[in-house]
Design a binder for this molecule. Structure first.
Ligand SMILES: NC(=O)c1ccc[n+]([C@@H]2O[C@H](COP(=O)([O-])OP(=O)(O)OC[C@H]3O[C@@H](n4cnc5c(N)ncnc54)[C@H](O)[C@@H]3O)[C@@H](O)[C@H]2O)c1
Length: 257
């Protein structure tokens, strides 16, 4: 049997691991042999997820936008042994253009999607550089590089995720750290279901079909399709890959007409 794409003996942390893409990544990393620290601001959900994932998973209640919580959580995680892999996945969305986005919503998105990624990366990158190896994977979005309607604050944060990815990749390329981002198109997770329930009550099925059709392949992605690519990026087979944003979007960004 091939041992390609395995993560045996690797220690990983995944933020936002209680649900959707983060949970699928934690599941896939464990299947590949890794130990995974699952961080989420929803304490009950992350405990339940880790319980289901088994003894290779450890749950941590941690809001990534809270500097003190991030500091103490990563200090505890790394007390015995440094992390090999960090996946910055935790994120929140918002609907609105520049006029309908309040300063409070703008700041809330910035604090989770941008500052959260900065704080978590800052907590691990020094140790990775000292040990001379590490992989950081950031979950961006097609919103970071395409002009999506009514996603002003969200797009701002995901553009920043792509930029931070390049900056970290450049600064640590000679210290053994690889840093890449993944930009999913629409992926069917609670993120999408909650948005539909909130925004189109009673019309969820109709709007789901409409959202699915915006991907040229005619459907939304599955969280597992992002997770298998994250596993590849985290593995030694991707040793030559750093400083790039990889869309997984059913053709959304580049196929037209
Ligand atoms: N689903 C999509 O269509 C889609 C598309 C592109 C990008 N993304 C990105 O993928 C990532 C995951 O999205 P998802 O669809 O799996 O969402 P989801 O809502 O299903 O899961 C997100 C998880 O992150 C957690 N979280 C939110 N804020 C947090 C915080 N401050 N600290 C710690 N945990 C926090 C939530 O509790 C939840 O468990 C996000 O960054 C999102 O922007 C999603």
């Amino acid at each position: 049997m091939s041992d390609a794409f395995m993560l045996n003996r690797r220690l990983a942390a995944v933020t936002g691991a209680a649900s959707g893409i983060g949970r699928a990544i934690a599941t896939e990393f464990i299947r590949a042999g890794a130990q995974v620290h699952c961080l989420d601001r929803d304490g009950e959900a992350v405990k339940a997820a880790a319980l289901e994932l088994g003894s290779a998973a450890t749950a941590h209640l941690c809001d990534v936008s809270d500097a003190a919580a991030v500091q103490s959580t990563f200090a505890a995680i790394q007390a015995a042994r440094g992390l090999d892999i960090l996946v910055n996945n935790a994120g929140v969305s918002h609907i609105g253009n520049v006029e309908t986005t309040s300063p409070e919503d703008f700041e809330r998105l910035f604090r989770v999607n941008v500052q959260g990624l900065y704080l978590c990366t800052r907590a691990v990158v020094g140790g990775m550089a000292e040990r001379g190896h590490g992989v950081i994977i950031n979950i961006a979005s097609v919103a970071g590089t395409a002009g999506l309607a009514d996603r002003f604050a969200y797009s701002m944060t995901k553009g920043a995720v792509v930029a931070m990815t390049l900056s970290v990749a450049r600064d640590y390329v000679q210290r053994g750290i690889r840093c890449n981002s993944i930009s999913p198109g629409r992926v069917h997770t609670p993120f999408v279901d909650n948005y539909l329930a909130r925004t189109y009550p009673g019309r969820e099925a109709e709007m789901f079909a409409k959202l699915a059709a915006t991907q040229p392949v005619g459907r939304m992605g599955q969280p597992e399709e992002v997770a298998t690519f994250a596993r590849f990026l985290a593995s030694d087979e991707a040793a030559f890959m750093t400083g790039t944003d990889y869309p997984i979007d059913g053709g959304f960004l580049r196929l037209h007409g």
